[in-house]
Design a protein around this ligand. Structure first.
Ligand code: ADP
Ligand code: MG
Length: 227
């Protein structure tokens, strides 16, 4: 029963991601088609080749991230650079952020913060949290992600300046199927909580109506060497 919930959430997340990703891949394809037309008409320029190459590399990045997520989910714990993990998550969500005029700022206290984790599960958590933050930021704005070491833990805070969560709903957030969204599943935070607690970490929320919301994810970890 539990695994059914996880499966359905994965599908719906994939569906939601698909719209943003399809858009993000269609744009460079349209551009590339245009440049190909120019080549056919004899107007070739080296600049075009550079643009085409960078667009292809970007599409490749998005597709690689999707393939990683689609891999079968056997728990595999290993030392993971949280910065690289978040950069991968960013690649997946960049298109949705752009579509919503949301600017994501990433900040690290140290260059190499390591956590011991199942990478694709932790990715799923950050996709959930950042997607929620984007969805809360109606009309555009900023999301700040700060990663820092606190003792023998690494704390990642994701702050948005969106709609906020009413005080009386705060303890319902994260319950299965609790959603305030028309197309929501109400499963994202429940699954995120499960994943984080299975990693020995915690998630906490602070929120103010009309001012925004901050989610804090704390996981055991440290610097390279210190980890
Ligand atoms: P879903 O996103 O499918 O609704 P989640 O479990 O991810 O399910 O979130 C549950 C609910 O928590 C959301 O519907 C929303 O009401 C609230 N929520 C979560 N994150 C935020 C946020 N950053 N800002 C405002 N509300 C949020
Ligand atoms: Mg969600």
């Amino acid at each position: 029963q539990e695994s059914f919930l996880v499966e359905s959430e994965k599908l719906s997340m994939a569906g939601q991601l698909a719209a943003g990703i399809a858009h993000e891949i269609r744009n460079p394809l349209t551009a590339i088609k245009g440049f190909m037309k120019l080549f056919q008409n004899g107007m070739s320029k080296m600049e075009y080749v550079a643009i085409i190459t960078s667009e292809v590399v970007r599409m490749e990045g998005i597709i690689n991230e999707l393939l990683l997520l689609a891999k079968p989910q056997i728990s595999r714990f290993q030392a993971t650079n949280l910065g690289e993990l978040l950069a991968g998550v960013y690649t997946l969500l960049e298109s949705q952020a752009n579509l919503n005029n949301v600017d994501i700022k990433l900040q690290f206290s140290e260059p190499e913060l390591l956590i011991y984790c199942d990478e694709s599960q932790i990715k799923q958590v950050f996709i959930n949290l950042i997607k929620n933050a984007i969805e809360a930021t109606e009309g555009g704005g900023e999301i700040r992600i700060v990663v820092e070491q606190v003792g023998n833990h690494i704390m990642t805070s994701i702050a948005d300046y969106g709609c906020g969560i009413p005080q009386e709903l705060l303890d319902q957030v994260g319950r299965p199927f609790f959603t305030t969204k028309e197309q929501g599943t109400g499963l994202g935070l429940m699954i995120s909580n499960k994943i984080i607690s299975s990693h020995g970490g915690t998630i906490s929320i602070s929120s103010k109506m009309g001012e925004g919301t901050t989610f804090q994810v704390t996981l055991p970890g440290g610097y390279r060497n210190g980890a």
